[in-house]
Write a protein that binds this ligand. Structure first.
Ligand code: SF4
Length: 432
């Protein structure tokens, strides 16, 4: 039996796709093995969101080829889509596929003939209009499932290469989304995370459905008890949206609301489509309808031209909003984007200093968020035993909780009293 390893670098969308690719091979009789094992076929789902992502992708290709010089190595994903020639030149690559045609990957690999040299199947993605079906049927973990409902992005933030790698927005047909959610529920999953490259755009291309509609439909599926979604933007959060989310008890009170900068000048230069006032309103609406909501975000520091004053404005805005978690990213120029071509790049030392400073703000805010829950009883979905009868799980507002139990709590939702917090997590006691 031939062996295949399918591995994703980068985001949850890539991880979802790589699992689906592994299943396509398994259906054709391949044995699925780890990327650290010797395999006959390696499928590397690359990431290009930073130059570091590119480097890691190249390193992994070389590593798998060392494991089996005769293996067929196919590279798919965002880096393959935006720099196919560069990847074709990396020793070990046999097929370059990009972000399209992943559903045909078994065929493409099986048709590969060594004497053909590197086969490049990358074609234009910028005019793609249809969501490529790729689904996961067999599921290993039985608690939280990621479900891809959307692909592509038409926002063109000035620092981001993703619209060129993934093409325009394409939404998955609602009936396909619901069929997959039902399958997940039948397999015992209690929580789904709706993911995509730009989830906020869901339905805009289909024109017959909105993000709120698909969330309502997912909410109807019996067996699913929690719904989350990956990053959304403040523009999505209208009064109607926030009220609808509060009316749907399965929707978790945790929103990753992308900020990127708390300085209006920088937001404009980033080509983000909102300002701090819009963001302030969105956060306030979520808090009005979901009082215990956790708002997490991403902030880039050291964007080209960001002065000390701009940074301080961004920092002050983050403190004003009060996040439960900020993912801090020092700006990294990405070739092919308008921001990377700017002459006013900041020195690494400045970016690092701002990054460290904002991380201290984050640590303080995370601690304050966790502390305010001490003494409360909260439902925790426990995922797994982490040793010594200690189970790990999450609250609806995404606090990580450890609690001791002699009963198996895996995939169980249990009311848990929060006793203490430390180092970004909470410690609790399951109520009798
Ligand atoms: S919204 Fe902006 S940052 Fe996010 S994928 Fe689209 S272009 Fe990139």
């Amino acid at each position: 039996m031939k062996k295949i390893a399918s591995y994703a670098l980068g985001c949850k969308v890539n991880q979802y796709e790589s699992e689906a690719i592994a299943e396509l091979f398994a259906e054709k009789g391949y044995e699925v093995v780890s990327v650290d094992d010797e395999a006959d076929v390696y499928i590397i789902n690359t990431c290009t969101v930073t130059n570091f992502g590119d480097k890691k992708s190249r390193q992994l290709i070389r590593k798998v080829k060392r494991q089996n010089e005769n293996a067929i190595v196919a590279v798919v994903g965002c880096y393959a889509q935006t720099a196919p020639e560069e990847l074709a030149a990396v020793h070990g690559v046999n097929l370059v596929i990009g972000t399209k045609d992943k559903s045909k990957i078994v065929e493409l690999v099986e048709d590969y003939q060594a004497e053909q040299g590197v086969q490049n199947y990358v074609t234009d993605i910028m005019h793609e209009r249809v969501f490529e079906p790729l689904e996961i049927k067999k599921l290993a973990n039985r608690t939280r499932a990621y479900l891809k409902i959307q692909d592509g992005c038409s926002q063109f933030c000035s620092y981001c290469i993703i619209p060129y790698a993934r093409g325009p927005i394409r939404s998955r047909q609602p009936e396909d989304v619901i069929a997959e959610v039902k399958r997940l529920a039948e397999n015992g999953f209690k929580e789904v995370v709706l993911t995509g490259i730009h989830v906020a755009s869901y339905g805009k291309d289909l024109k017959t459905i909105t993000l709120t509609d698909i969330i309502r439909q997912v909410h109807e599926v019996e067996g699913i008890e929690r719904i989350r979604f990956s990053s959304i933007e403040p523009n999505v959060v209208t009064e109607e949206f926030a009220a609808a989310m509060a009316e749907l008890p399965k929707v978790c009170d945790h929103f990753h609301l992308s900020l990127q900068s708390g300085c209006d000048k920088t937001l404009k230069e980033m080509n983000r489509k909102y300002d701090t006032e819009k963001y302030r309103q969105a956060a306030a609406l979520l808090r009005k309808y979901l009082p215990d909501v956790a708002i997490t975000t991403d902030i880039i520091v050291g964007f080209p031209g960001e002065t000390e004053e701009d940074y301080q404005a961004s920092r002050a805005f983050a403190e004003e909003i009060g996040f439960s978690k900020i993912h801090v990213f020092p700006y990294s120029p990405k070739k092919g984007t308008p921001a990377a071509a700017r002459k006013d790049q900041l020195q690494n030392a400045v970016k690092q200093a701002r990054s460290h400073d904002l991380i201290t703000v984050n640590d303080r805010m995370t601690d304050a968020f966790l502390q305010k829950h001490v003494g409360k009883v909260m439902p925790v979905l426990f995922e797994r035993c982490v040793g010594d009868d200690v189970y790990e799980g999450h609250t609806t507002n995404y606090m990580k909780v450890h609690a001791r139990s002699t009963k198996d709590l895996s995939n169980v939702i249990a009311d848990t009293k929060i006793l203490s917090v430390a180092e970004e997590m909470a410690f609790g006691e399951v109520e009798a």
